[in-house]
Design a protein around this ligand. Structure first.
Ligand code: SF4
Length: 538
């Protein structure tokens, strides 16, 4: 018998005991029929939208459906299985359930699916993720799954749910020294403001996308478009973005960013000053001066500490911009799409000339960007003006090494969300104990099985790399808000101490036999395997 065949959603059963609830997990999300509701409809209360769903149809979020009068989570529950030497991407497969298939499903289907998984491994090589687990709203209801298992002889429990997050955003790191737009500039998606450019990091530009302000604080359209963009980004799809006063982007987790239609190849080796420091010795003897053009810190070899350590004589070069410390210049040009993230196409534009006291005809000057993508060789003429010349092979070799040392440019997407609200009530009657247990490392937090970084301070603010999560981990509801998996794993005796919903705990074997599921294989990486991080008793 399938899980949904066992479900009785009659009003009489709405307050069943907890033990019964553990067998009929979707019962709590279909409410007693109201008098005004058509006979072929049921109401879903898995989120505040409270869809009334006609038989054979799904609700507004496409996550819940009315299957023969039973409210049913459409997507299967995702299990992680650990397998040697294989990446999740090789094995993860998305199998959206067609409603018709679900209706036609025979009782034997569930058991054959479970046998498939059982054949793969036994506890603890299986991990039940929140993907497809379903949501509980309001969250004073116990979470959809509380799964018990043994780890090295210790009784463990994992509380599994799909959280509904209004307070959440994506932090996007784009490996490029190209100027994407001014800090704090608005970012649009399909015409709506969905985020902003935030503080650049070393070799990367950073975006902050989504968040409660755009989801709830603007127009209805802004909230809807923001939500769609966030879901696509979290599910590892490509998203088009338009930065006000800056570039047009296509970003996708794990892929090279596309900036103004051009796919980015490399991130820079370092800032201009760092590049001087790294390669000074290799240039020494082949050049009289090197300028590494960079939007932030342009480096000048003869003045730089690295040049001084090599006893390089001053070249008399006069740089534009603001001198910071010897050999390090800020603001030599405006930011842009030219050399080193500046707006210059001709590198000589940032040189004001050469002091005849130090400079001499025939002096050799290399100018390069921080990626080596742009590089030019000059020799000073009698008037001490740099003249283009063919770059010597010894110098070209070092420029090539800059290129070699630039890592591939990628887009990284981190999901950042606050699980410190009512979601905790689905875990324990006393929510602050859950928060405290996480801070004390008694409880391990994961999202779709991926390790989550928990921010210091109050609440449970987690951050997770979407690439480590199973495909299609994210959903949404039209409130609008993002739906994302979250799991709390701890020792069973600790869970009892936290005031957990012990009467809802089900053995792993029971869950995998009862639920429709898809398995996602995970590589052997003990640091990643969610239940391997043993909680410590305080
Ligand atoms: S939007 Fe989805 S979760 Fe919310 S009530 Fe409708 S079907 Fe249920």
């Amino acid at each position: 018998m399938t899980a949904h065949n066992r479900i009785d959603h009659s009003a009489d059963n709405a307050d069943e005991s907890n033990s019964a609830r553990s067998e009929v997990r979707v019962l709590d999300q279909s409410r007693p029929r109201s008098e005004n509701m058509a006979a072929n409809k049921i109401e879903c209360n898995a989120c505040p939208v409270l869809c009334q769903i006609t038989e054979g149809r799904s609700g507004a979020c496409d996550r819940y459906a009315n299957v023969q009068g039973v409210l049913t989570r459409v997507d299967p529950l995702v299990l992680l299985t650990r397998l040697d030497g294989q990446s999740p991407a090789e094995h993860a497969s998305v199998q959206p359930l067609e409603l018709q298939r679900l209706q036609d499903r025979e009782p034997s289907d569930a058991s054959s699916s479970a046998q498939e998984v059982n054949a793969t491994s036994a506890s603890p090589e299986l991990f039940v993720t929140g993907v497809g687990a379903g949501t509980t709203y309001p969250d004073y209801k116990p979470a959809p799954f509380m799964v018990s298992s043994k780890l090295n002889g210790v009784d463990m429990v994992t509380v599994v749910t799909e959280g509904i997050f209004s307070y959440c955003s994506f932090k996007v790191k784009i490996d490029t020294d190209r100027y994407l737009g001014p800090e704090r500039a608005s970012i649009r998606h399909r015409g709506e403001v969905v985020g902003h450019v935030t503080t650049a990091e070393y070799g990367s530009q950073m975006l902050s996308l989504g968040g409660v302000h755009h989801l709830t604080g603007g127009s209805k359209k802004e909230g809807r478009i923001t939500c769609e963009m966030m879901m696509a980004l979290g599910n590892k799809h490509a998203v088009e973005l338009d930065i006000e006063g800056g570039a047009k982007l296509v970003v996708q987790a794990g892929r090279a960013p596309i900036v103004d239609g051009v796919e980015e190849k490399h991130m820079r080796v370092g800032c201009g000053s760092a590049t001087i420091g790294i390669f000074a010795k290799q240039w020494f003897g082949h050049v009289d001066e090197v300028v590494v053009v960079d939007d932030h810190i342009t480096g000048v070899l003869s003045e730089h500490q690295a040049g001084r350590c090599l006893d390089m004589p001053p070249s008399g070069i006069k740089m534009r911009g603001r001198k910071s410390t010897p050999g390090r210049y800020f603001q030599v040009a405006n930011p842009g799409q030219g050399w080193g993230g500046t707006d210059i196409a001709n590198p000589l534009d940032i040189i004001d000339g050469f002091d005849p006291e130090h400079a001499r005809p025939g002096m050799r000057l290399l100018m390069t960007s921080t990626t080596g993508e742009h590089a030019a060789w000059f020799v000073l003429n009698e008037q001490l003006q740099p003249q283009p010349a063919a770059m010597p092979s010894a110098v070209q070799k070092v420029v090539d090494r800059i290129v070699e040392n630039c890592e591939p440019s990628l887009t990284s997407v981190l999901f950042l969300a606050g699980a410190g609200g009512s979601l905790r009530a689905g875990v324990t009657d006393n929510p602050v104990w859950l928060t405290n247990s996480i801070k004390q490392a008694m409880t391990h937090v994961s999202c779709g099985g991926a390790p989550a970084y928990v921010w210091a301070g109050g609440g449970i603010t987690v951050m997770v790399d979407v690439l480590r999560m199973p495909d299609q981990s994210f959903g949404s509801v039209p409130t609008p808000a993002i739906v994302a998996p979250i799991e709390f794993t701890m020792r069973l005796d600790d869970y009892a101490r936290l005031g957990g919903h012990l009467d809802c705990v089900r053995p792993l074997n029971e869950v995998i036999h009862a639920e429709r599921q898809r398995s996602v294989h995970w590589p052997v990486d003990h640091s990643d395997w969610p239940v391997h991080q043993k909680p410590m008793l305080g």
